[in-house]
Write a protein that binds this ligand. Structure first.
Ligand code: HEC
Length: 133
């Protein structure tokens, strides 16, 4: 009986530590299925320019005008805005970035209802342009 109680204790420990890990990583998780969302405007090179205009209204205060995560509002946040040149962000698919902008994170709001599908894809194109610089 004693042995069984010990096992239950270990099991509970494992469950809790898994939950904590999941929570810590939770703010940067994008579901795999987002990779298959395709960009209907991918062939239009003017989209990055449109994305830049929208970005300068709604994103730059946190992510900075060059996308380095050092916008004026970044200081006040508990979770730091991403630098678009981080390996993690560079490695994301366009679909994953589109999903992220739509759903948001911890200190980042979801833009699903305030930006159109077209505006969100335009911003993805602009993020790619910033990453090349
Ligand atoms: C209020 C501040 C704030 C605003 C405004 C904001 N973000 Fe963020 N963003 C964050 C924070 C903080 C993170 C880090 C993850 C988290 O904790 O939410 C982040 C993460 C990201 C990431 C990294 C996702 C990943 O893991 O690959 C991208 C890309 C991004 N934001 C794009 C945008 C875009 C595009 C906009 C404008 C439509 C925007 N953000 C507006 C705060 C902000």
């Amino acid at each position: 009986m004693l042995i069984k109680i010990k096992h239950i204790g270990i099991l509970i420990g494992v469950i809790f530590s898994t939950l904590i890990v999941a929570q810590n990583a939770g703010n940067r998780i994008i579901p795999k299925s987002a990779d298959t969302i395709t960009n209907p405007f991918a062939s239009d090179p003017s989209k990055a320019g449109e994305g830049a205009r929208v970005y300068k209204f709604v994103c730059w205060t946190c992510h900075g005008d060059r996308g380095n995560g050092k916008g004026p509002q970044a200081e006040e946040l508990e979770n730091k805005p991403a630098d678009f040149n981080e390996t993690l962000v560079v490695g994301r698919t366009d679909g994953a970035l589109f999903w992220w902008i739509s759903h948001g994170g911890t200190d980042m709001q979801a833009f699903e209802n305030s930006l159109t599908v077209e505006e969100r894809w335009a911003i993805v194109a602009y993020i790619r342009r910033l990453q090349r610089k």
